[in-house]
Design a protein around this ligand. Structure first.
Ligand SMILES: C[S@@+](CC[C@H](N)C(=O)[O-])C[C@H]1O[C@@H](n2cnc3c(N)ncnc32)[C@H](O)[C@@H]1O
Length: 445
């Protein structure tokens, strides 16, 4: 590895590792290796910033700084003192230590974190007779110790608050999807904005917002207040400003995202979040029970996560899924429909054969994400065609691009409706009226 390149680890949710690896490769990562809920890779500082700013399926990006073996917390203490900590934090700053332990030799992960913290403090006291302070909330440096069996890795965490906290969500409904999971679900479908997008049980609007950002290729980090690396000793502000202000990969989205929900509160909350994300122009909302969904916008893709049953009786739940199946058959011809749910009985009620099944964790729940291909025309005719052909022939792929239906949308001017754009508060009023040509203006920092 040349000197400017270093090892990094991107953490993700179970089931999204391959998508994350693809995102990292697209950004120029080398030595990409997939692990359990993580992807390791190498690259330089620019890649570290880009991975934080651009990866939709990363929860955090760690930079390992020291690997060692230890069989107990005292050895961790001794080894931690071998790091030249002044390269990472100065005396007037604050730090916090987090630990992740998969080892029978270390029973108490908190104790390991505690001993690591002691070692850093003692290192500074021995060398400078002064020490940086410990601060649990919003420290200047997040340090992570990971132990698997006897293999220990000390890392600095370049993200800080988890990257699923994009910064656009100001309100939520009862069971909102994690933004990283929502983005991963959409990316699994392969959709990049070449048709309409429908979530008929949209709740707080997470899937709609992530879909519009994917379609426009807007970086997921655009609304974040900060990344931990911005407080690092070696932070290169000019480099990050360049990455932040580079809109060259953004693209037009000529279709729309359509969200509906039976709950008026959900529609209100989704509206607030969408406005806050500056995406009003691309997303239409409607209070509508799915039972009354009569005609899906064509062409389109549906991605949704209906209720799983926590706050609904099991009879009503079965009826809900039976109704979903019935609506799919009648109103979604030509669609690929992706549904995230928890129980087999729910999927059974849909009464359609899935084309694909993927295991995904939604919080602690092991869920399944299934794709149903809704063929155009009558299912009977399709089945007849299958029998005549003697083999599984699919109807021809839809030509989704109907040029005469496409509207050219100037999304740059549309994006002025982002009220909480980063640093917007620091701008003078008259400046706010101008289009956001340069988004990141650090002159007021
Ligand atoms: C699990 S939540 C969706 C959460 C959403 N993905 C988010 O990130 O906030 C399920 C949603 O389905 C809605 N819902 C339940 N029954 C419905 C129906 N018959 N028609 C439309 N929406 C329904 C609920 O109001 C709720 O907002």
């Amino acid at each position: 590895m040349d000197k400017a390149n270093f090892e990094m680890v991107a953490k993700t949710l179970s089931g999204l590792e391959e998508i994350l690896a693809g995102e990292l490769i697209a950004l120029g990562a080398n030595d990409v290796e997939i692990g359990r809920r993580m992807v390791s890779f190498t690259g330089d500082k620019e890649l570290l910033y880009k991975a934080n700013f651009h990866c939709r399926t990363a929860l955090r990006i760690l930079k390992p700084i020291y690997h060692f073996k230890a069989k107990d917390a005292d050895m961790v203490y001794q080894k931690t003192k071998e790091v030249a900590w002044e390269h990472y934090i100065s005396l007037d700053k604050t730090f916090a230590v987090d630990s992740v332990i998969y080892s029978d030799n270390f029973n108490h992960s908190k104790f390991v974190a505690y001993r690591t913290k002691d070692a850093i403090v003692d290192y500074f006291m021995a060398k400078y007779e002064k020490r940086p302070s410990v601060r649990v909330n919003n420290p200047d440096l997040y340090i992570n110790i990971h132990i698997s069996h006897n293999d220990c890795t000390l890392s600095v965490d370049s993200s800080g608050e988890s990257l699923h906290k994009r910064g656009y969500r100001i309100e939520q409904t009862e069971a909102p999807l994690n933004e990283v999971l929502a983005a991963g679900m959409i990316m699994k479908t392969g959709w990049k904005g070449e048709s309409n997008f429908v979530d008929p049980m949209c709740g707080s609007g997470t899937l709609l917002i992530e879909a519009a950002m994917i379609a426009l290729n807007i970086a997921p980090g655009i609304h974040r207040k900060e990344f931990a690396f911005e407080k690092w000793v070696d932070f290169d502000r000019e480099l990050f400003d360049r990455i932040y202000n580079d809109e060259s990969n953004e693209r037009k989205f000529t279709f729309k995202c359509f969200g509906s929900d039976i709950s008026p509160t959900a529609i209100q909350v989704a509206g607030k979040n969408i406005r806050n994300a500056g995406l009003m122009k691309y997303i239409e909302l409607k209070e509508l029970p799915f039972q009354q969904f009569t005609e899906a916008p064509q062409p389109g893709l549906m991605v949704t996560n209906p209720p799983y049953g926590e706050r609904i009786s099991s009879r009503n739940l079965m009826e809900l899924y039976a109704m979903i199946g019935e609506r799919l058959k009648h109103a979604f011809s030509g669609y690929n429909v992706w549904i995230l749910s928890y129980k087999d009985e729910c999927f059974d009620q849909i009464g359609l054969r899935p084309r694909e099944k993927v295991k995904l964790m939604n919080g602690q729940l092991e869920c399944e994400y299934r794709c149903y291909e809704m063929f155009e025309g009558k299912n009977k005719e399709y089945k007849k065609a299958l029998n005549e052909g003697g083999e599984q022939k699919r109807p021809p792929e839809r030509d989704t691009a109907k040029p005469d239906e496409k509207r050219s949308v100037n999304f740059k001017t549309a994006r002025i409706d982002r009220p909480d754009r980063r640093f917007a508060a620091a701008r003078a009023k008259e400046e706010e009226k101008k289009p956001f040509k340069k988004r990141r203006d650090t002159s007021n920092d």
